[in-house]
Every structure is written in structure tokens, then in C-alpha cells.
Design a protein around this ligand. Structure first.
Ligand SMILES: [Zn+2]
Length: 199
């Protein structure tokens, strides 16, 4: 298939997805179209699945358990959360626990109004990536920069690594907490965990 064909096919599917989502708003949306589209091009199948699962979350209530882990994600396990259970941060490829994603997106928008650019380097981190990072950067407990795999805040979609220049870092230090984001790892001024006072 030529690029143009692929593009028009994607546009066609996207418009169908929107129609489908509109029809199914408020119901539990099953990922049937993603199944139909699986096979070669797994990334595209994932994209479709995410699009289908990006149902409005306004009616869902969120909470944290006694360990500060989102109750709706706890059963999946750290780094083992399906993409559909997380929420994209604005229109980026980054995903977090839904309230964290919404708050981060709001924060980035508000910073922009102050003339401050906040970039995202990393967000949810699957278990395999935690293992890889620990191998490459060493464990924090041993002077490195990685959490023990299976314990990372990124594995719960509860932390983001931000790309901050000096101005943005200063803005974050002043304003991050208002949005629930705190810099809680001493040697990592890019790592901001979501620790909201209330959800
Ligand atoms: Zn981090």
C-alpha cells in the first residue's frame, strides 16, 4: 500500500472510531475493532485499541490505596498496566494514571501561559523498561539512577520525568505542588512524582 492509501485508510478508520466512541459513550467499550485490525502492524492495532479505550473518564471516580497506589491500577501490578487503563497526557505519546495525566496536561498549559516550556521525557514505564534502565543506569541505592524494577513510581503511571531548563525548573519548584507534582528524588531534579493532596 502506498503512503497516501495508508493515510486515507487511517483517516477513514479514525472517523469510524470517533463515530463508534460517540455511540458507545458511557458504556464499557470492547476492543473489537482493534482485534479486527490486528495482525501485521501491531503498533497500529495498539493505536486502535487505545483510541477505542479512550472513552470519556469524567464519570469514573479515582482514589489511592493506603500505599498511595491508584486503586483502579493496583491489581495489574507495577509496570504491568495495560495502555488502555492509563490516560495520555494531552496529545502526547506519554501516559499516566488518569488524574496525573490530566493534572500534568493542565500544568504544562498553565506554564505555557507564563512563557515557560515544560517538556516530557518519560512517563509510565513498563516493567521490562525498568529492568533495562536499571541495567543501563544502575540502581539508585547503589549510586545509580534507576529504581529497583517493580518498585518505580513510573510503573504505576505516577511519575513523570520532565525536560526543564533553568526557568522551567524554577517554575516547577514554585508551582508543581499545586498540581500534585513533587520532586521527591534528591539527585533527580527531572523526576516529579504525582502526590496529590486529594484526588
Ligand atoms: Zn523518573
Amino acid at each position: 500500500m502506498g503512503i497516501e492509501n495508508v493515510s486515507s485508510r487511517i483517516a477513514d478508520i479514525q472517523s469510524r472510531m470517533i463515530a463508534l466512541q460517540t455511540q458507545q459513550t458511557g458504556r464499557n467499550v470492547q476492543a473489537q475493532p482493534a482485534k479486527a485490525a490486528s495482525g501485521p502492524g501491531g503498533d497500529f492495532a495498539d493505536y486502535l485499541k487505545d483510541a477505542v479505550n479512550a472513552a470519556p473518564t469524567a464519570n469514573k471516580s479515582y482514589s489511592l490505596n493506603s500505599k498511595g497506589i491508584p486503586t483502579d491500577l493496583a491489581a495489574y501490578g507495577n509496570g504491568r498496566i495495560p495502555a488502555s487503563a492509563l490516560e495520555p497526557v494531552g496529545n502526547t505519546r506519554h501516559k499516566l494514571w488518569a488524574p496525573a495525566a490530566q493534572s500534568l496536561n493542565q500544568m504544562i498549559g498553565d506554564a505555557k501561559k507564563d512563557g515557560v516550556h515544560i517538556g516530557i521525557t518519560d512517563s509510565y514505564r513498563p516493567y521490562a523498561e525498568q529492568v533495562d534502565l536499571a541495567r543501563r543506569k544502575g540502581l539508585y541505592s547503589q549510586g545509580g539512577l534507576a529504581a529497583k524494577p517493580g518498585t518505580s513510581e513510573h510503573g504505576w503511571g505516577m511519575a513523570t520525568d520532565l525536560d526543564l531548563n533553568a526557568k522551567a525548573l524554577s517554575w516547577m519548584k514554585q508551582n508543581g505542588e499545586k498540581y500534585g507534582f513533587v520532586m521527591n528524588v534528591p539527585r533527580e531534579n527531572w523526576h516529579w512524582a504525582y502526590k496529590p493532596k486529594s484526588v
